[in-house]
Every structure is written in C-alpha cells, then in structure tokens.
Design a protein around this ligand. Structure first.
Ligand code: SP5
Ligand code: ZN
Length: 365
C-alpha cells in the first residue's frame, strides 16, 4: 500500500530481542497446536514500515521501575525466573516439556476462601500467575517480554518529547496482562507501561484506546479504579463466545474513583467497517469529553477480515479511517498488540499508522 505524501513520518521503536520469544505453539483444549503469535509477525511489520520510509529507533535503556508501576513485583519476578526454574526442575530434559505451561489454577472455586499460598513446585506456581494454557514461556521469552515493554516506554517518551506520533513494534503483545497475572499471548502490559510513562512525564490525563479485536482485560484491570487513565475498547463480543470470555462487557464502566473512565463496545461476530468505525467514533467522543493530553493506541490489527483469531471483518481502509479519528484527538503512542494474518498484517499496520499521522497533521495545522 502506498503512503500518500511520501515517507511514513512515524518513528518505529524496535528491539530485535522481541524475536527471541518463541512460544512454539499453545495448548488448546488439551492439545499442543501451532500458535499464531510467531516471530514472523514482527518481521513482516518491520519490513513493511521500513519500505514505507519509516525511521527505526532503538528503545532507551529500560529499568524495572517502569514495569513495577503497573505490575506486582511477584509477577515480574516470576516471568524473569520461571524458565530457569522450569529447566532446573528437569522438565525439558527429563520429560520433554520444552515450554512452561500451567496445570493447576488457584481459582476462587479451588481456594474456597483460603488465602492463595505460593506453592513449592515450579509447575504448580505457574497457575498462580498464568490464567490460560495458551501463553507459553520458553528460553528467550523474558528477554523479549522486557524488550517489548521497553519499546512501549520509549514510544511514550518520544511523544512526550514532541513527536506527534510514535509506534512501538512490541512483541509479545500486552493488553491481556493484568496487574498480577498474564495470559492471551501477553505477559507484561506494554500499553499500560506507556500510559504510566506518560503520567510520570507529567501528563495529568491519558486515554488508552484499544482497537485490537479482543477486549484488553489486562489494561482494563490495571486502570479500572483510576480516574486519571481512561480505557476504551471495541472488540468482538465476549458474550458471543470469544476470548477473553469473562470480561469486556458493556456494563463494565470502572470502579470507585474510576467510574465512567472505562468503556467497552462489544460487536457482533461478522461486524465490518461501518459498525466498527461507529464504535471507534464513540470511543473518540468519550476521549474528547474526558479531556486528555496524550493517547495510547493499543493497535491490534486482528479485526482484519482475513485474521485467523477473530470474526470481525474490518478492511485496511477501515483501519486507516480509525487512525485518522484517533490521531485527531492528540499525540499518539501506538503500541502493537495482536494481528496474525502474515499476508495482510503489514498493510494493516501501515494503513493505521498513516491514518494516525494524517489525523494528527490535520488537527495540528
Ligand atoms: C493479543 C491477542 O490478540 N491475543 C489474542 C488471544 C486470543 N487467543 C484465543 C485463542 C483461542 C483459540 N486459538 C486457537 C485457534 C485454533 N484454530
Ligand atoms: Zn487480539
């Protein structure tokens, strides 16, 4: 897809460590199958954006404080150490278990009111943090997880320093990771790290707008009780049987001081550009009314018609139009979330970012 007006004027924050995470599939209904969250996702996006003339920049040095601002320390330490513990327990060498996967989940139903202990066995600890069987950890996962969060933070810093728009090519994605747990192919919440970095840099109010095909339950959970960070998401209706199943419903509007700073717009499976863009427009109206200094865009492109993980039917032109609407709101740090159709992924990301840049340019002229 050609970008009108020359090179894509959006810095792309990228760290090759993001390729080191190789989940090597997912356990789907009890069987290991090929996963779709593969390293090639990042490679095809990078190639497309580079061809479009975008400047690629490395992340600034990352520190733990940025992660601990939105996640419990135990979660961060678990992710940093679980592969080594798994290996030391002999699972890969002695049992052929080449990836970390949980098998016991300390749900409210299991605990029956008792406090959640930290179990002794590594393989039992995993279910305390990982809430599904599709989010495997292997050698190199932590390096990629940390690199992705660093890219998100740097994108936030770039727009703080007056870039109108910046994009972090994060992999693995982040919006399903919450304050204390991970799942949905996500480990740490890159968009939340970016939003928190913007707050830290002095912005009083921030919006996270999430256009991934799935509800960003992790981002919602992190900011649910907060009045300073709005979260709005359009996604396939979890009530129609789609991940994350347990949240993402329209009546989730925030809690305590965060009431009315959360909005979910679930769409019927099969919805296309018209319904989807109406929903994006509604989120933008919300953001305008809320009043923000910057926007974090959770840019999943899995609402694409050809995407294998969602039944939404959005076109690349739809993503471009959504980008324009969002770019008109203020400076945007766009964070890569899902998007799994390797043939169209790059075109969709490029279309969205070109739209954001055009919307920003029109609003600031
Ligand atoms: C970041 C993101 O987009 N995460 C999406 C996670 C949704 N995963 C749900 C997977 C459910 C079934 N996947 C297997 C498909 C077999 N055809
Ligand atoms: Zn998704």
């Amino acid at each position: 897809m050609a970008v009108e007006g020359g090179a894509l004027e959006v810095p792309v924050v990228w760290d090759a460590d993001c390729l080191l995470h190789r989940p090597a599939g997912e356990v789907w209904l009890g069987e290991r199958i090929d996963g779709t969250e593969v390293p090639e996702r990042a490679t095809v996006i990078l190639q497309k954006l580079t061809e479009a003339g975008a400047r690629v920049v490395p992340p600034a040095v990352h520190d733990e404080a940025a992660l601990l601002a939105v996640h419990d320390r135990e979660l961060v330490e678990h992710l940093a150490t679980v592969w080594a513990d798994w290996e030391a327990s002999g699972f890969p060498a002695d049992f052929g278990r080449d990836r970390v996967v949980p098998y016991v989940f300390p749900t409210a139903a299991m605990l029956a009111g008792l406090p959640c202990r930290l179990p002794t066995a590594t393989h039992a600890q995993v279910g305390r943090y990982c809430y599904d069987t599709m989010t495997l950890v292997g050698p190199g996962s932590w390096e990629a997880i940390r690199a992705a969060a660093g890219c998100a933070r740097t994108a936030a810093e770039l727009i703080t320093a007056d870039a109108a728009v910046a994009y972090a090519l994060c992999r693995p994605p982040g919006h399903h990771a919450g304050p204390t747990g991970y799942g949905g192919s996500c480990y740490l919440n890159n968009a939340a790290v970016a939003a928190q970095a913007l707050r830290h840099a002095g912005a009083e109010r921030i919006a996270v707008v999430d256009i991934d095909a799935h509800h960003g339950n992790g981002t919602q959970a992190i900011f649910y009780g907060r009045p300073d960070v709005y979260y709005g998401s359009v996604h396939v209706d979890p009530g129609a049987g789609w991940f994350p199943h347990y949240m993402g419903f329209a009546d989730e509007r925030g809690n305590g001081a965060g009431i009315d700073a959360n909005r979910n717009v679930p769409l019927a499976p099969g919805s296309g550009d018209d319904a989807w863009l109406d929903a994006v427009g509604l989120l933008c109206d919300d953001v305008r009314a809320f009043g923000v200094e910057a926007i974090v865009l959770s840019l999943g492109v899995d609402a694409a018609a050809a995407d294998p993980e969602s039944p939404l039917q959005v076109t690349a032109d739809g993503y471009r139009a959504a980008g324009e609407l969002i770019g008109s709101l203020g400076p945007v740090a766009a964070i890569q979330e899902g998007g799994y159709d390797l043939d169209s992924l790059g075109d969709y990301v490029l279309a969205a970012l070109a739209g954001v840049a055009a919307g920003r340019a029109a609003a600031s002229s």
